[in-house]
Design a protein. Structure first.
Length: 149
């Protein structure tokens, strides 16, 4: 029960981070500074607005400063990532396989929504996904057998 709650809470934080990456990476913005902000008026979000899912519902899908609509993508990512990660954990338990699936699900979700939003796939994310795929492939020991045939 506590582990389930921990998975859900950590995946909500990861979803919020994913939204930040989806917006900032294709625009070559820093992922460290500034704080999260409204994409229209550029004002920093309050701590309440930063809470995944709750922040979107609290603000009724609009910026509390300029009243412009917050893209629905933010809500979708904050729903899809926790549901997907919890689903993987629930089916496969706490294992290397579930870690591998979770990493690929998370990075693929970021790439999907970045592409949907901007029609750009950031090289940094593509290289990371490819490198991790090769690393997991070698860790499992299938690399030698694949070369041999």
């Amino acid at each position: 029960m506590i582990l389930n709650l921990l998975v859900i809470l950590s995946s909500l934080v990861l979803a919020s981070f994913a939204n930040m990456l989806i917006y900032r990476l294709p625009r070559s913005l820093s992922i460290i500074k500034p704080r999260s902000f409204c994409i229209d008026c550029k004002k920093s979000l309050s701590p309440t607005q930063l809470i995944p899912l709750f922040g979107f519902l609290y603000s009724k899908g609009k910026c509390l400063f300029c009243s412009n609509s917050i893209p629905l993508r933010y809500l979708l990512v904050e729903l899809i990532v926790p549901l997907g990660l919890f689903g993987i954990f629930h089916v496969y338990g706490l294992s290397f396989y579930s870690l591998k699936l979770s990493v690929f699900f998370y990075l693929s979700t970021i790439l999907f929504f970045t592409d949907l939003d901007t029609q750009i796939l950031p090289n940094s994310m593509t290289y990371l996904l490819t490198s991790l795929g090769l690393l997991f492939f070698m860790i499992e020991g299938h690399a030698v057998m694949s070369v041999i045939g």
